[in-house]
Design a protein around this ligand. Structure first.
Ligand SMILES: [Zn+2]
Length: 370
């Protein structure tokens, strides 16, 4: 039987240099065996002899087995990456990501590049290869929820919630800011984070009750969105990827800051992702409308300026293409939503709602125009 303490006893006789070398060799061997296991998995897969029972036998998750089958299949096209991994240059985590980044043409390039990349960066590059679709973005929105109930025994109101991308980031930012203001009395320790977050929520409720001077007074959530030249924009912090249609509507939202960056993530400019409307135009549109122009909505707070024909569909910044809408109705309108406001916004009763008949093949380039 393996004797842990005897193993340690033997190792204690060696120099630091020897130990470093022995450890490096163990890592290399581990990686070589990992490739051997993937190769065997590949052949078993060819013979349809890998199933969920394999996970049980290995003591790993079903997902882990499926991932290794996928990695093994992709290595067929990537001999150089496979060689780099077998020589011990790539960890299993790096390998599982790089197979999604490399193809036959870039095999050699990635075989050299991936060993220098942190596993987290590789995973991020894999995620960023696909921009979420407007349907995914709508599904996120549809999945929003806040449930709460009373626990009669403890006398506590308790619950759970889910907020989509930008709304979630705005919520996090507001709670963080209020938490920062809730400093303890001098000489007292900070309350635990979950308690301060609850205090922040209470402060928001107090503000809704009209307590204008509480810790939540004047909080404007700050959400930063990074917009690369190609690929999806990302909410900085949680790293949530956004649909192009969502990015296009960012320009109307003052609490979101878009940061244009190059393909390596270096910041080029801080500001709007698009030509922001001149402040004067925004003022004129808001003064004309006074409230949300969604038929039947009288909301007068937090108005955003909406392009009835989106810029990426060829719409202009002319007054007859601009209307004020509330944030709730803005996201139901094209390009993010499925509804179109049509008609003449210069007439108080000039607008009606229609379902978008077609979606032009608008590409993200329009949404990113400087
Ligand atoms: Zn409205």
């Amino acid at each position: 039987m393996f004797d842990w303490s005897a193993e340690l006893h033997e190792l204690r006789h060696h120099s630091l240099e020897w130990l470093h070398e022995a450890r490096a060799e163990a890592v290399r061997e581990e990686r070589r065996w990992h490739l051997r296991r993937l190769a065997i998995t590949r052949i078993l897969d060819e013979r349809h002899a890998i199933d969920d029972a394999t996970a049980t036998a290995d003591g790993v998750s079903v997902r882990e087995v499926r991932e290794s089958v996928e990695t093994a299949r992709m290595l067929d096209e990537l001999p150089q990456v496979a060689a780099a991994a077998a020589e011990g240059h790539l960890s299993a985590t790096q390998l599982a990501s790089v197979v999604h980044l490399a193809d036959a043409a870039t095999d050699a390039e990635w075989a050299a590049r991936a060993p220098q990349c942190a596993p987290a960066d590789l995973a991020r590059m894999v995620r960023a290869r696909r921009t979420p679709t407007v349907e995914e973005s709508r599904r996120r929105w549809e999945s929003r929820e806040l449930r709460f109930w009373w626990d009669a025994r403890t006398g506590m109101c308790t619950g759970r919630f889910a907020l989509p991308d930008l709304a979630g980031a705005a919520f996090e930012s507001a709670i963080d800011q209020i938490c920062g203001r809730l400093r303890p009395e001098p000489g007292r320790p900070w309350a635990p984070r979950p308690q301060r977050a609850a205090d922040a929520l209470i402060a928001l409720v107090e503000r809704a009750q009209g307590h204008a001077d509480g810790p939540a007074a004047g909080i404007v959530p700050k959400v930063v969105v990074q917009v690369p030249p190609t690929g999806p924009a990302e909410v900085v912090g949680p790293g949530v990827l956004l649909a192009d249609e969502t990015v296009e509507q960012l320009r109307a939202n003052a609490s979101i800051e878009a940061v244009l960056c190059d393909e390596h993530g270096a910041v080029i400019t801080v500001g709007r992702a698009h030509t922001a409307l001149p402040a004067k135009t925004t003022r004129v549109v808001r003064a004309r409308d006074g409230h949300c122009r969604w038929p039947g909505c009288g909301e007068g707070h937090g108005l955003q300026v909406h392009h009835m024909v989106p810029r990426s569909w060829g719409g202009t910044d002319a007054f007859d293409n601009l209307v004020s809408v509330c944030a709730r109705h803005h996201r139901l309108l094209v390009p993010h939503g499925e509804l179109v406001l049509t008609g003449n916004p210069n007439r108080p009763d000039g607008l009606s709602l229609e379902r978008a008949a077609h979606r032009p093949d608008h590409r993200s380039s329009a949404a990113r125009a400087p």
